[in-house]
Write a protein that binds this ligand. Structure first.
Ligand SMILES: Nc1ncnc2c1ncn2[C@@H]1O[C@H](COP(=O)(O)OP(=O)(O)OP(=O)(O)O)[C@@H](O)[C@H]1O
Ligand SMILES: [Mg+2]
Length: 212
């Protein structure tokens, strides 16, 4: 089974994935947890380029780097794990590409779709958990400071996070549109809830949808 987590930076994906991996492992499920971009030696190198402030990357370059990283991960790691019957949890997958590169950076959605199909070999998640949070709240969380403006003037943000609130607003709208188009696999969770409450929502939904 393939479970993906989506949401803007700071929504709580990594926090919830850690809790879910723990929970499923205790239940005796064989879990493999991975993040995008990255997950193979080549893909991890691509990740450092994407997150490095020193490298200026065009939107198309960014898309192709993400897609190259994904192709490696799908071929070398995800598909073999799924074939072995493992449960794979991904911290972001192609919905992030549609939301960030498509709705965020304005790359043509039909072109994006082709590149996504190519890089994933058509692999689709069984369930996608979207953690819904306002960009202002997400940034506040991430840096645990009161002023967002101050944060943008500071040097602590990586290249993607420098893109600003307006960008995240567009990404958020993108996710909403993607969810509208794929209600069969999306679950939208209010990420303002406490970490524990969200975790319980997630485990309940998984039990309901995939009873063993
Ligand atoms: N439900 C929550 N309520 C309050 N704070 C939270 C909640 N979930 C996560 N946090 C905190 O918010 C911050 C960001 O969470 P996390 O790193 O899990 O987000 P993320 O979605 O993985 O972000 P990124 O996309 O940047 O990796 C962390 O400091 C985390 O402890
Ligand atoms: Mg994270």
């Amino acid at each position: 089974m393939l479970i993906t987590f989506e949401g803007i930076d700071g929504a709580g994906k990594s926090t919830q994935i850690a809790k879910l991996v723990n929970f499923l492992t205790n239940e005796g499920v064989d879990v493999l947890s991975l993040r995008e971009p990255g997950g193979t030696p080549a893909a991890e190198k691509i990740r450092t380029i994407l997150l490095d402030n020193a490298h200026k990357v065009t939107p198309v370059g960014e898309l192709l780097l993400f897609s190259a990283s994904r192709a490696e991960l799908v071929q070398d790691v995800i598909k073999p794990a799924l074939q072995e019957g493992r449960t794979v949890i991904l911290d972001r997958f192609f919905d992030s590409t549609t939301a960030y590169q498509g709705y965020g950076r304005g790359i043509d959605l039909a072109l994006l779709q082709s590149i996504i199909s190519l890089s994933t070999c058509g692999l689709t998640p069984d369930i996608t958990i979207y953690l819904a949070l306002e960009p202002e709240e997400a940034l506040k969380r991430k840096f645990a400071k009161s002023s967002i403006l101050l944060e943008f003037e500071g040097g602590e943000l990586d290249r993607m996070e420098r893109s600003g609130i307006e960008f995240y607003r567009n990404v958020q709208k993108g996710y909403q549109e993607i969810m509208r188009l794929h209600p069969e696999r999306f679950v939208c969770i209010n990420a303002l809830e406490s970490i524990t409450v969200i975790h319980h929502h997630i485990t309940k939904i998984l039990k309901e949808r995939f009873p063993r």
